[in-house]
Design a protein around this ligand. Structure first.
Ligand code: CA
Length: 248
Protein backbone atom coordinates (compact mmCIF):
# COMPACT_ATOMS: atom_id res chain seq x y z
CA UNK A 1 0.00 0.00 0.00
CA UNK A 2 1.14 3.52 -0.65
CA UNK A 3 2.03 5.79 2.19
CA UNK A 4 0.89 9.02 0.58
CA UNK A 5 -0.40 11.18 3.41
CA UNK A 6 -4.15 11.28 3.79
CA UNK A 7 -6.06 14.50 3.19
CA UNK A 8 -6.08 16.60 6.37
CA UNK A 9 -9.82 17.08 6.07
CA UNK A 10 -10.30 13.36 6.65
CA UNK A 11 -10.90 12.67 10.32
CA UNK A 12 -9.35 9.55 11.82
CA UNK A 13 -12.31 7.26 11.39
CA UNK A 14 -13.13 3.92 12.84
CA UNK A 15 -12.81 1.76 9.76
CA UNK A 16 -15.68 -0.65 9.28
CA UNK A 17 -14.26 -4.02 10.33
CA UNK A 18 -14.18 -6.57 7.51
CA UNK A 19 -16.42 -8.87 9.58
CA UNK A 20 -19.28 -6.44 9.02
CA UNK A 21 -18.53 -6.05 5.34
CA UNK A 22 -20.30 -8.33 2.89
CA UNK A 23 -18.94 -8.95 -0.58
CA UNK A 24 -20.88 -10.60 -3.38
CA UNK A 25 -18.58 -12.57 -5.64
CA UNK A 26 -19.90 -13.28 -9.15
CA UNK A 27 -17.66 -15.73 -10.99
CA UNK A 28 -18.48 -18.76 -13.15
CA UNK A 29 -15.10 -20.49 -12.88
CA UNK A 30 -15.50 -22.71 -9.84
CA UNK A 31 -11.77 -22.96 -9.00
CA UNK A 32 -11.31 -19.22 -9.11
CA UNK A 33 -14.50 -18.65 -7.13
CA UNK A 34 -13.25 -20.95 -4.37
CA UNK A 35 -9.82 -19.32 -4.33
CA UNK A 36 -11.36 -15.86 -4.09
CA UNK A 37 -13.84 -16.92 -1.44
CA UNK A 38 -11.01 -18.47 0.61
CA UNK A 39 -8.95 -15.27 0.46
CA UNK A 40 -11.87 -12.95 1.22
CA UNK A 41 -13.01 -15.04 4.18
CA UNK A 42 -9.46 -15.21 5.50
CA UNK A 43 -9.35 -11.42 5.31
CA UNK A 44 -12.46 -11.38 7.49
CA UNK A 45 -15.15 -10.49 4.95
CA UNK A 46 -18.59 -12.05 4.77
CA UNK A 47 -18.87 -13.60 1.32
CA UNK A 48 -21.87 -14.48 -0.83
CA UNK A 49 -21.38 -16.08 -4.22
CA UNK A 50 -23.13 -16.41 -7.57
CA UNK A 51 -22.06 -18.35 -10.66
CA UNK A 52 -24.01 -16.44 -13.31
CA UNK A 53 -25.04 -12.85 -13.99
CA UNK A 54 -28.72 -13.72 -13.45
CA UNK A 55 -27.95 -15.33 -10.12
CA UNK A 56 -25.76 -12.36 -9.18
CA UNK A 57 -28.59 -9.88 -9.76
CA UNK A 58 -30.96 -12.12 -7.80
CA UNK A 59 -28.53 -12.26 -4.86
CA UNK A 60 -28.18 -8.46 -4.99
CA UNK A 61 -31.95 -8.08 -4.60
CA UNK A 62 -32.00 -10.57 -1.71
CA UNK A 63 -29.09 -8.93 0.11
CA UNK A 64 -30.46 -5.40 -0.05
CA UNK A 65 -28.58 -3.05 2.24
CA UNK A 66 -26.29 -5.78 3.57
CA UNK A 67 -24.32 -5.66 0.34
CA UNK A 68 -21.11 -3.61 0.55
CA UNK A 69 -19.23 -4.49 -2.63
CA UNK A 70 -19.60 -6.63 -5.75
CA UNK A 71 -16.60 -8.45 -7.15
CA UNK A 72 -17.71 -9.11 -10.69
CA UNK A 73 -16.23 -11.30 -13.40
CA UNK A 74 -16.90 -9.76 -16.82
CA UNK A 75 -16.97 -13.00 -18.83
CA UNK A 76 -20.04 -14.80 -17.57
CA UNK A 77 -22.47 -17.10 -19.35
CA UNK A 78 -25.84 -15.50 -20.08
CA UNK A 79 -25.98 -11.93 -18.80
CA UNK A 80 -22.34 -10.86 -18.84
CA UNK A 81 -20.55 -8.76 -16.24
CA UNK A 82 -20.94 -5.49 -18.14
CA UNK A 83 -24.72 -6.00 -18.27
CA UNK A 84 -24.77 -6.78 -14.54
CA UNK A 85 -22.77 -3.62 -13.89
CA UNK A 86 -25.09 -1.55 -16.08
CA UNK A 87 -28.11 -2.89 -14.19
CA UNK A 88 -26.60 -2.25 -10.74
CA UNK A 89 -25.44 1.26 -11.55
CA UNK A 90 -28.74 2.08 -13.25
CA UNK A 91 -30.86 1.27 -10.20
CA UNK A 92 -31.19 3.87 -7.51
CA UNK A 93 -31.04 1.28 -4.73
CA UNK A 94 -27.77 -0.25 -5.90
CA UNK A 95 -26.05 2.59 -7.78
CA UNK A 96 -23.75 3.43 -4.85
CA UNK A 97 -22.62 -0.17 -4.21
CA UNK A 98 -18.98 -0.35 -5.35
CA UNK A 99 -18.22 -2.73 -8.21
CA UNK A 100 -14.74 -4.17 -8.81
CA UNK A 101 -14.45 -5.95 -12.16
CA UNK A 102 -12.40 -9.09 -12.74
CA UNK A 103 -11.07 -9.03 -16.28
CA UNK A 104 -8.78 -11.01 -18.52
CA UNK A 105 -5.66 -9.58 -20.10
CA UNK A 106 -6.37 -7.70 -23.31
CA UNK A 107 -9.90 -6.70 -22.30
CA UNK A 108 -9.09 -2.96 -22.22
CA UNK A 109 -12.17 -2.09 -24.27
CA UNK A 110 -14.40 -3.91 -21.76
CA UNK A 111 -12.57 -2.28 -18.84
CA UNK A 112 -13.19 1.14 -20.36
CA UNK A 113 -16.87 0.33 -20.92
CA UNK A 114 -17.21 -0.98 -17.38
CA UNK A 115 -15.67 2.15 -15.89
CA UNK A 116 -17.96 4.28 -18.03
CA UNK A 117 -20.93 2.28 -16.75
CA UNK A 118 -19.83 3.22 -13.24
CA UNK A 119 -17.60 0.35 -12.07
CA UNK A 120 -15.21 1.57 -9.39
CA UNK A 121 -12.10 -0.43 -10.21
CA UNK A 122 -10.88 -3.53 -11.99
CA UNK A 123 -8.21 -6.14 -11.63
CA UNK A 124 -6.73 -8.18 -14.44
CA UNK A 125 -6.37 -11.96 -14.23
CA UNK A 126 -4.08 -13.53 -13.23
CA UNK A 127 -3.71 -11.43 -10.09
CA UNK A 128 -2.11 -11.89 -6.71
CA UNK A 129 -4.66 -12.26 -3.91
CA UNK A 130 -2.69 -9.67 -1.92
CA UNK A 131 -3.07 -7.05 -4.65
CA UNK A 132 -6.76 -7.86 -4.99
CA UNK A 133 -7.32 -7.48 -1.23
CA UNK A 134 -5.52 -4.13 -1.28
CA UNK A 135 -7.72 -2.94 -4.17
CA UNK A 136 -10.90 -4.04 -2.44
CA UNK A 137 -9.80 -2.33 0.77
CA UNK A 138 -9.08 0.90 -1.12
CA UNK A 139 -12.46 0.86 -2.90
CA UNK A 140 -14.30 0.24 0.37
CA UNK A 141 -12.42 3.10 2.07
CA UNK A 142 -13.28 5.44 -0.80
CA UNK A 143 -16.94 4.41 -0.62
CA UNK A 144 -16.93 5.02 3.13
CA UNK A 145 -15.31 8.42 2.65
CA UNK A 146 -17.84 9.38 -0.03
CA UNK A 147 -20.63 8.51 2.36
CA UNK A 148 -19.41 11.11 4.86
CA UNK A 149 -20.04 14.81 4.56
CA UNK A 150 -17.14 16.87 3.34
CA UNK A 151 -16.31 19.49 5.95
CA UNK A 152 -14.50 21.75 3.50
CA UNK A 153 -14.07 22.35 -0.19
CA UNK A 154 -10.33 21.68 0.13
CA UNK A 155 -9.05 18.30 -1.02
CA UNK A 156 -5.43 17.26 -0.56
CA UNK A 157 -3.33 14.54 -2.13
CA UNK A 158 0.32 14.42 -1.16
CA UNK A 159 1.67 17.96 -1.63
CA UNK A 160 -1.27 19.06 -3.82
CA UNK A 161 -4.22 20.96 -2.34
CA UNK A 162 -7.19 22.09 -4.37
CA UNK A 163 -9.84 24.51 -3.13
CA UNK A 164 -12.95 24.18 -5.28
CA UNK A 165 -14.72 27.21 -3.81
CA UNK A 166 -11.80 29.58 -4.22
CA UNK A 167 -10.62 27.93 -7.43
CA UNK A 168 -7.09 27.71 -6.06
CA UNK A 169 -4.40 25.06 -6.30
CA UNK A 170 -1.24 24.89 -4.23
CA UNK A 171 1.69 22.51 -4.41
CA UNK A 172 3.64 22.30 -1.14
CA UNK A 173 1.89 25.52 -0.15
CA UNK A 174 2.94 27.43 -3.29
CA UNK A 175 0.10 28.71 -5.52
CA UNK A 176 -0.02 27.14 -8.97
CA UNK A 177 -1.84 28.82 -11.84
CA UNK A 178 -3.93 26.43 -13.94
CA UNK A 179 -6.26 27.00 -16.87
CA UNK A 180 -9.96 26.38 -16.24
CA UNK A 181 -9.73 23.04 -18.06
CA UNK A 182 -6.64 21.90 -16.14
CA UNK A 183 -8.37 22.86 -12.91
CA UNK A 184 -11.43 20.75 -13.76
CA UNK A 185 -9.22 17.84 -14.78
CA UNK A 186 -7.27 17.98 -11.51
CA UNK A 187 -10.46 18.37 -9.47
CA UNK A 188 -11.92 15.28 -11.13
CA UNK A 189 -8.84 13.12 -10.51
CA UNK A 190 -8.51 14.36 -6.91
CA UNK A 191 -12.19 13.81 -6.15
CA UNK A 192 -11.46 10.09 -5.96
CA UNK A 193 -7.76 9.36 -5.68
CA UNK A 194 -6.94 5.88 -6.89
CA UNK A 195 -9.94 5.63 -9.20
CA UNK A 196 -9.19 5.30 -12.91
CA UNK A 197 -11.05 7.72 -15.15
CA UNK A 198 -11.38 6.92 -18.84
CA UNK A 199 -10.63 9.61 -21.40
CA UNK A 200 -14.34 9.77 -22.24
CA UNK A 201 -15.24 10.36 -18.59
CA UNK A 202 -12.64 13.11 -18.41
CA UNK A 203 -13.97 14.71 -21.60
CA UNK A 204 -17.53 14.67 -20.24
CA UNK A 205 -16.43 16.11 -16.94
CA UNK A 206 -14.18 18.89 -18.14
CA UNK A 207 -16.05 19.94 -21.24
CA UNK A 208 -19.58 19.25 -20.04
CA UNK A 209 -20.29 16.90 -22.90
CA UNK A 210 -18.90 19.03 -25.72
CA UNK A 211 -18.44 16.33 -28.31
CA UNK A 212 -15.68 17.78 -30.50
CA UNK A 213 -13.01 17.20 -27.86
CA UNK A 214 -10.74 14.27 -28.64
CA UNK A 215 -8.87 11.71 -26.56
CA UNK A 216 -5.69 13.32 -27.79
CA UNK A 217 -6.63 16.68 -26.30
CA UNK A 218 -7.15 15.01 -22.92
CA UNK A 219 -3.61 13.65 -23.17
CA UNK A 220 -2.34 17.13 -24.01
CA UNK A 221 -4.13 18.60 -20.97
CA UNK A 222 -2.61 15.93 -18.74
CA UNK A 223 0.90 16.64 -20.02
CA UNK A 224 0.42 20.36 -19.37
CA UNK A 225 -1.09 19.78 -15.92
CA UNK A 226 1.74 17.45 -14.91
CA UNK A 227 4.30 20.03 -15.98
CA UNK A 228 2.64 22.76 -13.91
CA UNK A 229 2.50 20.54 -10.84
CA UNK A 230 6.26 19.90 -11.02
CA UNK A 231 7.41 16.84 -9.06
CA UNK A 232 3.86 16.33 -7.79
CA UNK A 233 2.80 15.81 -11.41
CA UNK A 234 4.06 12.26 -11.06
CA UNK A 235 1.04 11.56 -8.87
CA UNK A 236 -1.04 11.58 -12.07
CA UNK A 237 -0.59 8.12 -13.52
CA UNK A 238 -1.30 6.94 -17.04
CA UNK A 239 -3.18 3.64 -17.04
CA UNK A 240 -2.31 2.20 -20.43
CA UNK A 241 -5.24 1.59 -22.72
CA UNK A 242 -7.70 2.79 -20.09
CA UNK A 243 -7.15 6.35 -18.86
CA UNK A 244 -5.69 8.29 -15.94
CA UNK A 245 -5.76 8.27 -12.16
CA UNK A 246 -4.31 10.13 -9.23
CA UNK A 247 -2.15 7.82 -7.15
CA UNK A 248 -3.91 6.81 -3.96
CA1 CA B 1 -15.61 -16.10 -16.36
Amino acid sequence: MSTVSRPRSQPTMTKTPPSETTILLVEDEQDLLELLRYNLVREGYQVETAGTGEDGLKRVRQMGRDLDLVLLDLMLPGIDGLEVCRTLKGRETTASVPVVMLTAKGEEADIVRGLELGADDYITKPFSPRVLMARIGAVLRRAEKDGRSQPSSVVEAGPIAIDQDRHEVTVSGEPTVLTATEFKLLALLMSRAGRVYTRQQIIESIHEGYAAVTDRSVDVQVVSLRRKLGDAGRLIETVRGVGYRLRD
